[in-house]
Design a protein around this ligand. Sequence first.
Ligand code: DAH
Length: 341
Amino acid sequence: MSQDWFLPIKQVIQAIQSEAVSDAATLERFRIQYLGSKNILKPLFSEIAKVPNELKKEYGQLVNEAKQLAESKFKELSESIADQSSHADIIKPDLSLPAADINRGSRHPISIVMDRIVDIFSKIGFAVAEDREIEDDWNNFTALNTPDDHPARDMQDTFYLRDFPSLLLRTHTSSVQSRYMTANKPPIRILAPGRVYRNETISARSHCQFHQVEGLYIDKNVSMADLKQTLLFFAQEMFGPDVKIRLRPSFFPFTEPSAEMDIYWGLKDETDHRITKGTGWLEILGCGMVDPAVLQNCGIDPNEYSGFAFGMGIERQAMLLYKIPDIRYYFENDLRFLKQF
Ligand code: DAH
């Protein structure tokens, strides 16, 4: 039986081809086995002397091929290991984790309540009219039937501009009434939301800046019944269909007759007792029929037109709706407060 001289080399070639290494230690084992000083190819080279002459050439070529294969495989394996280890310290992201929350802003409670009031009145045709916060004496007071020596000026302690004594920070959004009536012809149906200022000591219940929404409706044959129905509609939309309202006679220089509107808040808990002074009723706005003198001051003929007006504070209503105990929270920019809305 003739000897297969090539078989051992073919087996070594096959073994090299199927080698795989996972780390530096197995790579080193590969190197020692096939390329080290006592590698398994060495004895095959020595065999050449014994191989019959006619096979020597072929045998030599095959052994050299095996050696080259071992070298190129070693190079390939060491590169793949180096590649792996250079990525080992990169942390793979866990794609199944929930995403981090983005930091969203929130609306200020005053803006939320103001927008809600605007929405309610827009359903019955009131359009928004805005105007300046630095106002002149005429539009804030005199046109509204409150001349210089009028005792009603004491109701609103005013910030005047030091270098411009006829200018002031508006004390109410009623100033938009006179501006709008002077510039527009009836029918007029507007809502004027905005910030107002009064020189008041800051406490839990009052501040030197706050917000109001003013309403004004001027047309032919507008009556007190229209006013009452409009305010009832508002109260029901704002506080729920079961809300009760009452109009108490009051005084404002720019309306005649004048009234204040209360809503029935109830006496469910101790806070209700405190904020309603034990009555269950809470005042939320002032209103009345626009005084003919005001119409005249603004260029509207009181014999042809009549109208009603109302003005309400926002802070108080937001305090009720969100159970905010102190008016100062609104203006302190404390994120712990603001994030709740
Ligand atoms: N301007 C008044 C205030 O700030 C509120 C007010 C009362 C507005 C009666 C009106 C009104 O339009 O008719 O206290």
